[in-house]
Design a protein around this ligand. Structure first.
Ligand code: GLN
Length: 542
């Protein structure tokens, strides 16, 4: 039977609860346990799909097409287990189910209430489908004391009693701030946070305390005393240079040992951490450096591109180089010549995006990369902009555009139902193959044998995750191919362009899907490994 670890946060948000949970999952996995990580998000959106990336960071997409919290990306990268729709739930989704049940009359005349109906629904979700796991780690979003989080805290409190003795433990992540004028790390915020937790009936078993410097023994004792946590279970979580160092750092501090001890499991056998040491060693001792420009729109909040950044780092690990990221707001190129910005970089990446603002700037970036032979990687929107650029510059379609930005005489990128009304594509849509207008989750693609991308993958059949509404219009394929843009990857039925590339360019690839979502530190995605290798090659030329 699965054992449960509930991870809550206190004091402030952004303490890295997702990474902490992932690291603990990785440590248990390194001891041979089967681990599942799940996220309970107290906000009212049904999923983060409708939220701006600048609000809540990237929307992570799973194979089965869930638009989920970005922490699921950390879970996948740290454990290698692919997350699914059932690994992330929100208040919105719980209420949506409850209200539908109430309307159907399923509650048989009962008054529907937060306790027990909402808490029961949360508990059902937490306990569901865990047969194949030894440990299920449930992270509660937000911090203790948030009003919207209360039903979740209540549900996990109840689970402590519902489960057999020793079936669940509580880990609380807090912060000890350093006050320069006093020259001290302060315990008080953690004390208050734990008091809040205990007021709702949860006694943490383990305190994971973030601090920017080592916690003196005396302060640790104080935390132990005032928070009613044994001293060995006060674990310091110091800042580290790379997130991939976190499992090793937590192991040194005894986190996994304490967790197992709290369950009454003998922690003596050591975890197998070689692969983590290898990854960290690669990051710490690079043999070179490349600079990649990311020309995007949400560059103000790096969390908006979380998986992308990680995938680029993985590409660096694969080539044993440090990858420096140069963030550029694409709108800049609508006023200014891109050359001074892009001349000094070794690769240009235009990531996913939505809406017209900044799109012309991205098109300028793609043009610069094509004309100057700089490696170019266009992801989703970045592919669409590269195709528009090629249509305008190579195929002479001056008015090439995307219907995402309104009506256009040359819809090189379009919403398929709009631009192919009455033909087979529309028939396919009405069969619901694309499920609404967003294409979400994993889809297969067929790659042309001998194309650059097939070489990179070492295969002509791939499966990647999608999240987009618009498609490159295959009606333009003949003229664009004539002009030199190769449609190397298509959906298996041949209807939807999946990848494009230029033949006489060192590395110019656009993909309609999001390869960054499947990259992992131990298995860098081949496209990112290859892109960084091309950037390295380019850096040797300049
Ligand atoms: N806005 C584009 C579309 O909906 C691209 C989406 C994306 O980059 N994820 O097709």
């Amino acid at each position: 039977m699965a054992r449960y670890i509930f991870i809550t946060g206190g004091v402030v948000s952004s303490l890295g609860k997702g990474v902490a949970s992932s690291a603990l999952g990785a440590l248990l996995q390194a001891r041979g346990y089967r681990v599942r990580l799940r996220k309970l998000d107290p906000y009212l959106n049904v999923d983060p799909g409708t939220m701006s990336p600048t609000q809540h960071g990237e929307v992570f997409v799973t194979d089965d097409g869930a638009e989920a919290d970005l922490d699921l990306g950390h879970y996948e990268r740290f454990t290698g287990r692919s997350a699914n729709k059932m690994d992330n739930i929100t208040t919105g989704r719980i209420y949506q189910q409850i209200i539908a049940k109430e309307r159907r009359g399923d509650y048989l005349g009962a008054t529907v209430q937060v306790i027990p109906h909402v808490t029961d629904a949360i508990k059902e979700f937490v306990l569901d489908g865990n047969e194949d796991y030894d440990f299920v780690l449930c992270e509660i979003g937000g911090t203790v004391g948030d009003i919207e989080g209360l039903p979740f805290f209540e549900a996990i409190r109840q689970l402590g009693n519902d489960l057999p003795r020793g079936g669940a433990i509580y880990v609380h992540l807090t912060l000890m701030p350093y006050i320069p004028t006093a020259g001290e790390l302060k315990t008080k915020p953690t004390q208050h946070s734990v008091r809040e937790l205990r007021a709702i009936g949860i006694q943490p078993d383990i305190l994971l305390v973030r601090a920017d410097r080592p916690i003196p023994a005396e302060e640790r004792r104080k935390l132990s005393l005032f928070c009613n946590v044994r001293e060995t279970a006060v674990i310091q979580a110091l800042d580290v240079a790379t997130i991939y160092d976190v499992p090793i750092a937590y192991h040194h501090e005894g986190l996994d040992t304490e967790v197992l001890a709290a369950f009454g499991i003998d922690p003596a056998p050591k975890p197998q951490l070689q692969r983590w040491h290898q990854v960290v060693d690669g990051i710490r001792n690079p043999e070179g450096e490349v600079t990649i420009a990311i020309v995007g729109k949400y560059t103000g909040l790096k969390d908006a591109y979380k998986s992308l950044m990680e995938a680029l780092y993985h590409g660096g690990i694969a080539n044993r180089v440090r990858v420096r990221l140069d963030w550029i707001e694409s709108e800049v190129f609508e006023q200014e010549d891109p050359s001074p910005y892009l001349e000094r970089v070794n690769g240009i990446l235009v990531p996913g995006g939505f809406g017209e603002r900044g799109s012309e700037g991205k098109i300028h970036a793609a043009r610069f990369a094509r004309e100057r032979n700089v490696p170019y990687f266009g992801i989703c929107f970045g592919m669409q902009m590269a195709v528009i650029e090629a249509a305008r510059s190579l195929a002479g379609i001056a008015k090439a555009g995307s219907t995402e930005f309104g009506a256009t005489p040359e819809p090189v990128v379009g919403l398929m139902t709009e631009w192919l009304k009455g033909n087979e594509l529309e028939r396919r849509a009405s069969e619901g193959d694309l499920g609404g207008t967003m294409r979400l989750g994993a889809y297969k693609a067929a790659l042309k044998a001998g194309s650059k991308i097939a070489d990179i993958y070492g295969s002509t059949e791939i499966e990647e995750r999608h999240r987009h509404r618009y498609e490159v219009n295959r009606d333009y394929r003949p003229v664009l191919e004539e002009a030199g843009l190769i449609f190397a990857g298509m959906s298996p039925d041949g209807l939807l362009p999946e990848t494009v590339e230029l033949a006489d360019h060192p590395w110019f690839i656009g993909v309609q899907y999001h390869p960054e979502l499947k990259s992992r530190p131990f298995e860098p995605h081949p496209l990112f490994a290859s892109f960084v290798a091309a950037a390295l090659e380019q850096s040797r030329l300049v």
